[in-house]
Design a protein around this ligand. Structure first.
Ligand code: GLN
Length: 503
């Protein structure tokens, strides 16, 4: 006998049971995604002989397309496929993508990446929307659930990000895997874990009641006419048609700019169109969602320096005073490491504060997220105080900054997922979640521009000058983040009005 939505949502205790299953599917998906992402730049430079700049641009383009495609994936889920079928289809495309790369990464590089981009678009937003549906709209335990889910995301990110490239480079398992096959195995591993993710999801579905069913399914919560089969197959065909297009666009990075300048306005126009069809109260909530989405662009723009300028900073300006660890390794995985431990704790903190009726609401949490982010960047600025004359400074202190930035991320990113599910109308859940991720595509894009600005100032200068230039830049970013945090807290009464009963 399958569960009803009420039975699922009226769970006792802190977390719904199903969240663990979604946690694991998302964990493996993120393993695949971050595993692949972690290999991109290195593979392009060492195996495909790309120049550093070209490889970085191409990496940026891939990131932008991946997150931009979540909008498309979310939209089709709402209108035609439902969350479950979307997730499944996305997962299959990701498996195909990594199998293509596993077969011959040199020859089929962009083809494999394009499959992964489209696949992620269908998978990523829709699994998060399903987490939201485990809760009643005003269940105060949702933020804790999303925080736990976020720990799963980062566990996958950490494992995949570490293992895939380590296999590719021959740092591990070099005795068992011949040199010629290392990259094939590394990309192949991504496909294996993605298969695990989908198998896990097949079992999960049984306990999901009506959550994620296709619109028009006889048991679906929102009653609608069944979707004709040709529409469903149409989506599958259309997504396959996108593959060669994305392949071309990623390969020629000039297109990324055009794409980024077009997709945002188009999605906004579409959102406004959808907003014209809902009630006044629903429309206000969607406006509030848009405020969160827009602020998140700035957050990710500053935050995502970690993949760009901070990795150069880590390579050139940091020592190894933290247990002898490699500064780049710490920069790449420190955040995920902290999150795995802190996310569940912070989730429980929200529940604890709620019981005492002093839990901050979402806008204040966002504000705090920015203030932590800003404080973290001020600590990055302060690393210069520990520098020697060669411009080398303390990794310990840098790691402290990472910890503070991570606290900021935890006040914003899982909370953002949670609030999207609460503020969206039932028929726009997927699309709004897609917009949330689209904002991170813009964040990545802005981050690249900021990072490039910092890097040009650096050319031709000494390592010490570079330290000064970079840390000056971080101080500036810290200031912007703090200002954004204060603005959010100041406008909170206004946004609260738009949110009405949602906290
Ligand atoms: N690191 C998180 C994830 O992979 C957040 C990504 C984002 O929104 N930019 O899901």
């Amino acid at each position: 006998m399958s569960l009803t939505l009420d039975e699922i949502q009226n769970f006792k205790g802190k977390y719904p049971r199903q969240i663990w299953s979604l946690f694991f599917s998302e964990m493996w998906e993120r393993f695949c995604f971050y595993g692949m992402r972690g290999m991109l730049v290195f593979f392009m430079i060492s195996q495909l002989n790309f120049h550093e700049k070209e490889a970085n641009l191409q990496y940026g383009a891939t990131q932008a397309f991946v997150y931009a495609f979540t909008f498309v994936g979310g939209l089709f889920a709402d209108k035609i496929l439902g969350f479950r079928k979307s997730l499944f289809w996305g997962g299959l495309l990701m498996i195909v993508g990594s199998l293509i790369l596993a077969t011959d990464p040199h020859k089929f590089f962009f083809l494999g990446i394009a499959f992964t981009v489209v696949g992620t678009g269908f998978f990523k937003p829709n699994i998060s929307s399903m987490v939201g549906q485990l809760y009643k709209p005003n269940d105060s335990r949702a933020d804790a659930g999303f925080s736990l889910f976020y720990a799963g995301i980062n566990l996958g990110a950490l494992l995949g990000g570490y293992l895939c490239i380590a296999i590719g480079k021959g740092e591990i398992l070099s005795n068992t895997i011949s040199e010629a096959m290392r990259w094939n195995v590394a990309f192949g591993l991504a496909s294996i874990v993605m298969v695990i993710s989908l198998i896990n999801f097949i079992f999960t579905q049984k306990r999901m009641g009506t959550i994620g069913l296709q619109p028009g399914h006889p048991l679906a919560e929102v009653k609608a006419a069944p979707i004709p089969k040709w529409k469903e197959y149409g989506v599958y065909v259309l997504s396959l048609i996108f593959v060669p297009i994305i392949m071309k666009m990623v390969a020629k990075t000039e297109y990324t700019d055009y794409f980024m300048w077009t997709i945002g306005p188009l999605t906004l126009i579409y959102l406004f169109y959808e907003m014209s069809k809902v009630t006044v109260s629903e429309r206000k909530k969607l406006w509030a969602a848009l405020v969160f989405i827009i602020f998140s662009i700035l957050f990710w723009g500053i935050y995502e320096q970690s993949g760009g300028s901070l990795s150069i900073f880590a390579a050139k300006n940091l020592n190894k005073d933290l247990l002898g660890l490699d500064p780049n390794g710490v920069n790449n995985s420190g955040g995920a490491f902290f999150i795995i431990f802190l996310a569940p704790l912070i989730g429980l903190l929200w529940i604890w504060l709620n019981k005492r009726k002093i839990e901050p609401n979402t806008i204040v949490k966002f504000g705090l997220g920015f203030i932590f982010l800003g404080a973290g960047y001020y600590v990055l600025f302060a690393t210069r105080l520990f520098a020697d004359l060669q411009g080398i400074t303390s990794l310990n202190f840098f790691t402290l900054a990472l910890l503070i930035i991570t606290l900021g991320e935890l006040c914003l990113s899982p909370i953002g997922l949670s609030i999207m599910t609460k503020l969206s109308t039932k028929n726009l859940q997927g699309m709004m979640m897609g917009m949330w991720f689209l904002a991170s595509a813009y964040g990545q894009y802005v981050a690249g521009i900021i990072g490039a600005g910092l890097a040009t100032a650096k050319e031709g200068s000494t390592n010490y000058d570079a330290l000064i230039t970079y840390t000056d830049g971080y101080k500036q970013l810290g200031l912007y983040a703090v200002i954004a945090g204060v603005v959010l807290i100041l406008i909170s009464p206004f946004v609260k009005k738009l949110m009405q009963d949602v906290k």
